[in-house]
Structures are given as structure tokens and as C-alpha cells.
Design a protein around this ligand. Structure first.
Ligand SMILES: *[C@@H]1O[C@H](CO)[C@@H](O)[C@H](O)[C@H]1NC(C)=O
Ligand SMILES: *[C@@H]1O[C@H](CO)[C@@H](O)[C@H](O)[C@H]1NC(C)=O
Ligand SMILES: *[C@@H]1O[C@H](CO)[C@@H](O)[C@H](O)[C@H]1NC(C)=O
Ligand SMILES: *[C@@H]1O[C@H](CO)[C@@H](O)[C@H](O)[C@H]1NC(C)=O
Length: 422
């Protein structure tokens, strides 16, 4: 593994020791070249980080990420028809490839997708004929000479402007958005439906799939919100679809089987040959040509198997962990509890547990692998299963598309790590 060390711990603007729920980071996304990193949070804000240019006289210092722009993307709303509050929390952000000087991104909460334009301004026009510098109209009788307006330099300003709002097309919560390769359309999905949108048309979308899931529920108290399905549906091309499903080992069946096999994230590999799925305890890699079983299965935190009862009691069992590939598809990263995150090397089959914490990782300190002990004897440096903090969870991570730089969201902190440059 590359040796990760702290590049910088960027924290969303408001830092409280007891942070407000509004600060919890809910999504992290690099742009296609990795120079920009966007986060969305529970308070509906988007914070964009930009990587500094490398400086020639400090070659060992690779560019750090600094805040580039912060804006309020979504506000809380109320659906009076259904008497339902609509949270402002950002569920997903997707960058569009850059086509001109401005950047475009899509952000979504449960119901509404917005297209944002983020652009820089370092000049402003001055010398209008009909209005003064403050924008007030001038008395026409006072205008005696014709002026040519000029652009004057000013401090760099980054502006975010909403360009399109795509609303009222989802009954359930939007859980993902994906920009299509034609860059003219994108898809938004909830638990039952996938909508196809044209960027230019906001009042109309095309529902590709509308399917009623039959929930095979375990017995026990009925939970109200839909939690994803243990089946993975892929390749939705109108009527054709493939179901990837591994037959369950009957000896392992339990009250929790259904819940822990629910898929919380799916990612295509960069090569397009594999897909990776994350369920509660494992990450699986599937070959697109083989539906009946995954080609690789990685245990993320198998020591929790004996703790499922309490994880059900405190609702943690419904946490939706995401997973990511590194740029060459050879390493997989996903999160766990206690601010731990895991990496699996697909070639060497080695794995490592790392921790995102302020106490243990000073800037430029090298991350020490962590170990959780299961049995009675605990060695120095090990942490026992019973002392894991289940309120500290790493659900969202991102991997730079071409370098070993990772972004890890731990509640209201965003940690950026990179591998050590000699
Ligand atoms: C990603 O962001 C950087 C800005 O720092 C930009 O130069 C680059 O073109 C962007 N990449 C894509 C593919 O949009
Ligand atoms: C969408 O808006 C356009 C322009 O306002 C209008 O021509 C079109 O009929 C509308 N479509 C629907 C389905 O409402
Ligand atoms: C069954 O449970 C054991 C541990 O109790 C685990 O190692 C194994 O991977 C499980 N099998 C499946 C198919 O999940
Ligand atoms: C992916 O991980 C491998 C193994 O650590 C590393 O050699 C490679 O550079 C990584 N690729 C990218 C693009 O990050």
C-alpha cells in the first residue's frame, strides 16, 4: 500500500466541538481530473476545495486543497400536499466535464436536482452611460458625454449560480444521480424509479424504470423507510436487465440476513469490466459476465457479526456505507465505525485499517494501521470491539482519479490524505 499521511484536515467552515447536525458531510466527489473536490452536507451546503498549484521551489510539497467556494445549494422545504418536510441534506454531487471557463455540477437532496454554475470573476465593468457606479439611473439631462464602459480588475470572486432546477419527478428519495456520456442527459434514481433528464428541459423527464419491489422482510418490527434491496439491478436498458445475486448459504441464515445483505453502494470499475457492491459487512467485486457469484469478497468488519443485535437496536445496521476504487481499480476503499476506513489490495490480497482522527494524525504525520481485537487478550495498540465508537462512522469517501489522494468524510470533518512523496 502507499503510505498515507495527512495532507490537510479541512473542516467545513463552522467548527464546534459538539458539531451541529447541519455540518455532517453527506457526500464527497472529486472532479474528473481531481483538481476540485466538492462536499455536500446535511445543512444543504456545498463546499468546493481546489488544489493549489505545485510550487517549484518546494517539490516535496504537493498541492494542498483549499476552500474555493461555498454556497447554499438546497433549503428545507415543506410539501403541503403530503404534509411532509423535505430535508435540505445533499445526497449526491456530480461534476460535469469542464467545457468552458466555468465549472458545472449537479447536486441533489431527496426530491430536487439542481444544476449549478461555478465561475470566477476578477474584473468588473465601470463607466456606464445611463447609471452610476452604484447602479442608480443617472439623470439623462446630466449626461453630456458618451463614455465607453471598461473592465477594471478586482479581487477574485467565485460565484455559484443555479442554472436549472429539476423538481417534482420523484415520489421516493433520490439516492443517486449519474451524468451520461453524451453530457446532454443525466439520470436520477430513487428506490422505485429512474428518471432520464435533458439538461435543457426541466419540466419533463422520462421514466425508464418503475418497479415495485417485493420486500422480503425479516420478522420483527416493521421499519418504515425503504432500505435498498438485497438484489442489484443493473443495465437498465428499457426492458433488459440483469440481476446479480449470490445464493445464500442456508446455514448462515438469521434474523439479520436480509438487512445485512442489503446493498448500500454500487460502483463500476474504471475499466468497466467489474462492479463493486457494499453491504453491511462486506465488499464484493462482480465480473459483469458472471451473475451468480462475486469473484472477490472482502470482510470489512466481520467482528461485528456478534454485535448485530445491538447494531439493530441503535439503528446502525441501516447505515449506508459507500465504497470506491482507486484510479487503476487495484485497490478498494470503504468505511467502518470508530472513524476507521479499510483498504483492500486486490492483487496482493492484503488489507489495512486506517483511522481518520484529529488526535492521532497531525498534518504530515504518517497514518498507523489500526487493529481491532476480538478475543480476550488485547495487545498494545489494539482496540477491542467493545470500545468501538459507533457514532463515529465513515460513510463517504472518494479517491482521486489518477493519484493516491483520498478524501474521507468523518461527520463534520473532511480528511485529505495522500501517499508519502519521498
Ligand atoms: C477539474 O477542475 C480543474 C480546476 O482546478 C479543471 O482545470 C479541470 O478542467 C477539471 N476537469 C474536468 C475534466 O472537468
Ligand atoms: C415545458 O416547457 C416548455 C417551455 O415552457 C413548453 O413548451 C412545454 O410544453 C412544457 N412541457 C410540458 C410537458 O409541460
Ligand atoms: C457465513 O458466516 C461465516 C462466519 O460466521 C462467514 O465467514 C461466511 O463468510 C458466511 N458465509 C456467507 C456466504 O456469507
Ligand atoms: C492504485 O493502487 C495501486 C496499489 O497501491 C497503486 O500502485 C496505484 O498507483 C494506484 N493507482 C492510482 C491511479 O491511484
Amino acid at each position: 500500500f502507499p503510505i498515507y499521511y495527512h495532507l490537510q484536515a479541512a473542516v467545513t467552515e463552522i467548527v464546534f466541538v459538539f458539531s451541529l447536525p447541519a455540518d455532517i458531510i453527506s457526500t464527497v466527489e472529486f472532479n474528473h481530473t481531481g483538481e476540485l473536490l466538492a462536499t455536500g452536507d446535511k445543512g444543504g451546503r456545498v463546499v468546493i476545495f481546489q488544489r493549489e498549484q505545485e510550487s517549484k521551489n518546494q517539490p516535496h510539497r504537493r498541492g494542498e486543497y483549499n476552500v474555493y467556494s461555498t454556497f447554499q445549494s438546497h433549503e428545507p422545504e415543506f410539501d403541503y400536499l403530503k404534509s411532509l418536510e423535505i430535508e435540505e441534506k445533499i445526497n449526491k454531487i456530480r461534476w460535469l466535464p469542464q467545457q468552458n471557463a466555468a465549472y458545472f455540477l449537479l447536486s441533489t437532496n431527496d426530491k430536487t436536482v439542481k444544476l449549478w454554475k461555478v465561475s470566477e470573476r476578477d474584473k468588473r465593468p465601470e463607466g456606464y452611460n445611463l447609471k452610476d457606479e452604484d447602479g442608480r439611473l443617472r439623470d439623462p439631462s446630466m449626461i453630456t458625454v458618451l463614455r465607453v464602459p471598461v473592465l477594471r480588475p478586482m479581487d477574485l470572486m467565485v460565484e455559484a449560480t443555479p442554472r436549472r432546477v429539476f423538481a417534482n419527478a420523484h415520489t421516493y428519495h433520490i439516492n443517486s444521480i449519474s451524468v451520461n456520456s453524451d453530457y446532454e442527459t443525466y439520470m436520477s434514481a430513487d428506490d422505485l424509479r429512474i428518471n432520464l433528464w435533458n439538461f435543457e428541459i426541466t419540466n419533463q423527464s422520462f421514466s425508464i424504470l418503475w418497479r415495485v419491489w417485493l420486500w422480503r422482510r425479516p420478522w420483527g418490527p416493521v421499519r418504515s423507510s425503504p432500505r435498498g434491496s438485497s438484489r442489484l439491478m443493473l443495465g437498465v436498458v428499457l426492458s433488459s436487465c440483469t440481476v446479480f445475486e449470490e445464493p445464500e448459504d442456508p446455514s448462515n441464515r438469521s434474523f439479520f440476513s436480509e438487512i445485512i445483505s442489503s446493498i448500500s453502494d454500487v460502483k463500476f470499475s474504471h475499466s468497466g469490466r467489474y462492479i463493486m457492491t457494499r453491504d453491511y459487512l462486506t465488499v464484493k467485486v462482480w465480473d459483469l459476465n458472471m451473475e451468480n457469484r462475486p469473484i472477490e469478497t472482502y470482510q470489512v468488519h466481520d467482528y461485528l457479526r456478534s454485535k448485530l443485535c445491538s447494531l439493530y437496536e441503535n439503528d446502525c445496521i441501516f447505515d449506508k456505507f459507500e465504497c470506491v476504487w482507486n484510479g487503476s481499480d487495484s485497490v478498494i476503499m470503504t468505511g467502518s465505525y470508530n472513524n476507521f476506513f479499510r483498504m483492500f489490495d486486490r492483487n496482493t490480497k492484503r488489507d489495512v485499517t486506517l483511522e481518520a482522527s484529529r488526535e492521532n494524525s497531525k498534518p504530515r504525520a504518517i497514518l498507523k494501521p489500526r487493529k481491532v481485537c476480538v478475543g480476550g487478550k488485547r495487545r498494545k495498540d489494539e482496540i477491542s470491539v467493545d470500545s468501538l465508537d459507533f457514532s463515529k462512522k465513515i460513510l463517504h469517501t472518494a479517491w482521486h482519479p489518477s493519484e493516491n489522494i483520498i478524501a474521507v468524510a468523518a461527520t463534520n470533518n473532511l480528511y485529505i490524505f495522500q501517499d508519502k512523496v519521498n
